[in-house]
Design a protein around this ligand. Structure first.
Ligand SMILES: [Fe+2]
Length: 200
């Protein structure tokens, strides 16, 4: 069954802090492209010949190799848009404590997330590490089908690809980062923290 792109139109009209409708609409279009390709890959995989898989080239093999690009491109964008807000929500005391347990303090998490986003040109993921039972940051330096940490649960995704901010900020990436981090939807993030048992 084809996966339908989710609507994030509720973010339009200033509901995503610091992001114009034109910037968001362009990003929505890009996101929908990932969903379209994910559906195309899924459909082709269902019918693909599995009898001659090959490392160099084979249709089935290549579909499997590119599937994570479309899958993660879809899911990470949904998490990113889900987490955006207008600054009207605040992290609860429990949320601040959960974050501080991983980073030393809430402000240290903000500082490290800014530093991660300014260090790369793609995704930074806030993850729950099942081994340490703490939150950690995963800077995904390259394409989003490689470089993701193992045995973690992605809690939040932050997009620092140029397409996420260039319309509104051009080269002012730091201002974009500052804006989205100060406008996060803490109700959404708290719900995800609860998935790993955090008392937030
Ligand atoms: Fe993006």
């Amino acid at each position: 069954m084809a996966r339908e792109p989710k609507s994030f139109d509720h973010l339009l009209g200033g509901k995503a802090k610091g992001l114009s409708d034109a910037q968001l609409q362009a990003h929505f279009t890009l996101y929908k492209g990932y969903v379209t390709k994910l559906n195309e890959i899924t459909t082709k995989l269902a019918a693909a010949d599995r009898s001659t898989p090959n490392y160099s080239f084979n249709e089935y093999s290549e579909l499997r190799r590119r599937e994570p690009v479309a899958f993660n491109g879809t899911v990470l964008h949904e998490m990113y848009f889900d987490g955006l807000g207008d600054g009207s929500t605040q992290p609860s005391a429990g949320t601040r404590e959960f974050i501080a347990n991983g980073f030393g303090s809430f402000d240290a998490w903000v500082a490290d997330t800014k530093a991660c986003l300014m260090s790369g040109h793609g995704w930074t993921l806030l993850c729950y590490d099942y081994d340490s039972k703490k939150l950690i940051n995963n800077l995904v330096q390259g394409e989003h089908h490689i470089g993701l940490f193992a045995n973690v649960h992605v809690m939040a995704a932050f997009d620092a690809w140029e397409h996420a901010y260039f319309f509104d900020y051009q080269t002012g990436k730091a201002k974009y980062v500052e804006s989205i981090l100060s406008g996060l939807n803490w109700d959404v993030l708290a719900a995800r923290f609860k998935q790993v048992g955090a008392a937030v």
